[in-house]
Design a protein around this ligand. Sequence first.
Ligand SMILES: Cc1cc2nc3c(=O)[nH]c(=O)nc-3n(C[C@H](O)[C@H](O)[C@H](O)COP(=O)(O)OP(=O)(O)OC[C@H]3O[C@@H](n4cnc5c(N)ncnc54)[C@H](O)[C@@H]3O)c2cc1C
Ligand code: FES
Length: 479
Amino acid sequence: MNSIWTKDVKIQSFHELTGDIQADTIIIGGGIAGILCAHLLCSRGIDTVVIEKDRICGGQTKNTTAKITSQHGVCYGRLIKHFGVDAASLYAKSHEEAIRQYEEIIRDLNIDCDFEILPSYLYAVSDDKIIEDEFEAAKKLGIPCRTSCHTSLPFAVKNALEFKNQAQFHPLKFLGALTQNLKIYENTAALDVRDNTIITNHGNIKAKHIVVATHYPFINAPGYYFARMHQSRAYAVAITGGNTLDGMYYGADGGYSFRSSGDYLIIGGGEHRTGENKEGGRYSELEEAAKRFFPDCSIDAKWSAQDCVPIDEVLYAGLYSPSTPDMYVITGFNKWGMTGAMVGAGVVCDLITKRGSEYEKLYSPSRFNVPASAEHFLADAAESVKGLSKEFLGLPKTTIENLPNSHGGIVEAGGHKVGVYKDENGRAYIVSTRCTHLGCQLEWNPDEKSWDCPCHGSRFDIEGKPIDNPALKPLERMH
Ligand SMILES: Cc1cc2nc3c(=O)[nH]c(=O)nc-3n(C[C@H](O)[C@H](O)[C@H](O)COP(=O)(O)OP(=O)(O)OC[C@H]3O[C@@H](n4cnc5c(N)ncnc54)[C@H](O)[C@@H]3O)c2cc1C
Ligand code: FES
């Protein structure tokens, strides 16, 4: 299932690494975070190389909805409560600056990427108070905003909070232009990092600085990101025959996300923790919603992606861990990776070039804010215990024979628990259901036909090949 962005842009391809090399800085991961970081470092004269395990922009970035906004759902009241007014102001300021940085880069490099300045609205269909509270919080932080119950959405809202001067763009047109001036190796996977050397599948790379921008970090220790971040999936459809909206919209009380792009209207939603979608039906829910809003519309594309959610819901950018003085990380964008990647790349670039950043402390991966983290920390820990213990529980009652064609699920075969997908011709693809990251039990995702892990969000295809981090190794194939 491909997003509309991949339909009209073909990003230039790059050779794989052939043998050992050296560079000042190596970025691992060619998504928006890695590419922006490489761009900022190169513009400060730092010799930088990006390595990407598949194709650049082929991860979550190709499936974003690409709203560039500091309006991150219902967030500012919570940030003030847990971090205080000063830190919440810094958060808002950094993401506002990120929008302006996009504008500057696009203007300076003359990039044709459908960049548009538009308002961003947080709307509620039933809970007026949620908008009023967020409005008060935003005003306290000096964010230019106002409320109104008149929108261009195809249904009535109770209230909506408008942030002015936000933006949207075509992410792949933008990144395709930036990558033309970068040194990139594709199909080159980092397998391990030992001091200042990255071990890849095509040679070793020595670097003074290493930046891990792999969406979910793949190195378990040090750092232990798996203990403080889970992943959450969301789905989108693009339709024609709907309204063109006057801005970007995000539901505060469970509603859908909307943005226009040329003739398309993108509707997003169906969010769930990765590994918790056994029943499926996320795309059909979005398609039904689209038909309800615009009965004559046609569904032109559908796709999904996932987000890294830190326990305190604030991104991590800085040293990978206090014991790795030359290794950095940019991750944990919690649904907002367009401004998040720009902010994170800026912090890491300032650290590498020793410029000092006012945002260093707020986004430091070493912070631990107990009140902000407690709720998610406990929920994540409970989920991991559940996922691990499930793998050792009794055998399922279903067998391979009972599984209909074009379906997947966990079944009993020869006294073992196995994961099976039967294609439309009845051919069975059988894999172990034990996640190769830390051993949790995988669950079948019928919407994506993939095996997904509820613990930290690794995903595998029907043949067991890893799709999403943190797992690196394939699932065991069974016969
Ligand atoms: C449905 C949906 C809609 C969204 N819409 C918005 C939006 O409107 N606005 C917004 O701000 N954010 C949005 N987001 C979030 C945003 O899209 C992501 O946060 C962002 O794209 C993540 O970028 P990334 O560079 O961290 O990850 P990726 O794009 O996944 O890049 C990471 C790269 O690292 C590579 N990699 C992984 N491991 C290795 C390895 N070992 N060696 C080499 N390479 C490796 C991967 O192959 C991948 O290409 C949305 C998210 C979802 C789920
Ligand atoms: S992703 Fe960590 S155990 Fe599966």
